[in-house]
Design a protein around this ligand. Structure first.
Ligand SMILES: [Zn+2]
Ligand SMILES: [Zn+2]
Length: 203
């Protein structure tokens, strides 16, 4: 079934993200899946693991209320168009992965056109075609059935823990307070991540 969100909601998502693009549409549709699979949950009960940091994450943040600032959005930098959602109260969850076929037939010409456009080599006709491609792709993402777009499966990771441990330690190199869970030990010293990286490079 096509996207059921109102035009107003969609334009708010576009405003939040800053532009309209195919990636954003993927996030919009993934957010629709959340409602279908887990019901209409208050955002405090939801937690999302995003395996990408591309455009679509903005739609997920806006529509599901899973945000970096609240700590219920976790980024795992795997470079996959996949999202896992859990209901914290019941532990129920699912993972959705964008099917490669969702954009395959257009992907090749689209990416070569995009490269040309980006490097300024595209002529006017190619620029227009590139624009048209994006529009077609966005449209397709919005009208496709959710199961056509995504493979929906069981989560492949445990639900992230709720606790945000707020204890801080002072980095012994720069003196700045750092969340304990983000500190490293090196040669008997407690270091923040950037300071740890510096000494590690010297060794
Ligand atoms: Zn975008
Ligand atoms: Zn430091």
């Amino acid at each position: 079934m096509a996207c059921k969100l109102s035009q107003k909601t969609i334009s708010n998502v576009i405003k939040f993200h800053g532009h309209s693009c195919p990636g954003l549409r993927i996030g919009i549709r993934a957010s629709e899946l959340v409602r279908r699979e887990l019901g209409d949950l208050p955002d405090a009960r939801l937690v999302c693991i995003a395996e990408t940091d591309m455009c679509g994450v903005d739609a997920v943040q806006y529509l599901t209320g899973c945000t970096y600032g609240k700590g219920n959005l976790v980024h795992r930098d795997y470079g996959k168009t996949a999202f896992t959602f859990f209901d914290r109260e019941t532990g129920r969850g699912f993972r959705c992965l964008l099917r490669s076929g969702a954009r395959e037939d257009m992907a090749e010409e689209m990416s070569s056109l995009q490269q040309k456009t980006a490097s300024g080599e595209a002529n006017e006709a190619e620029q227009a075609r590139s624009k048209e491609f994006r529009r077609l792709m966005e449209e397709r993402l919005m009208v496709s059935d959710l199961d056509q777009l995504f493979e929906v499966m069981e989560p492949n990771v445990a639900m992230p823990r709720n606790a945000r441990i707020l204890a801080s330690l002072v980095c012994e190199a720069c003196g700045e307070e750092t969340m304990e869970s983000r500190t490293r030990r090196f040669a008997g010293k407690t270091l923040c991540q950037p300071c740890f990286n510096k000494v590690e490079q010297k060794v």
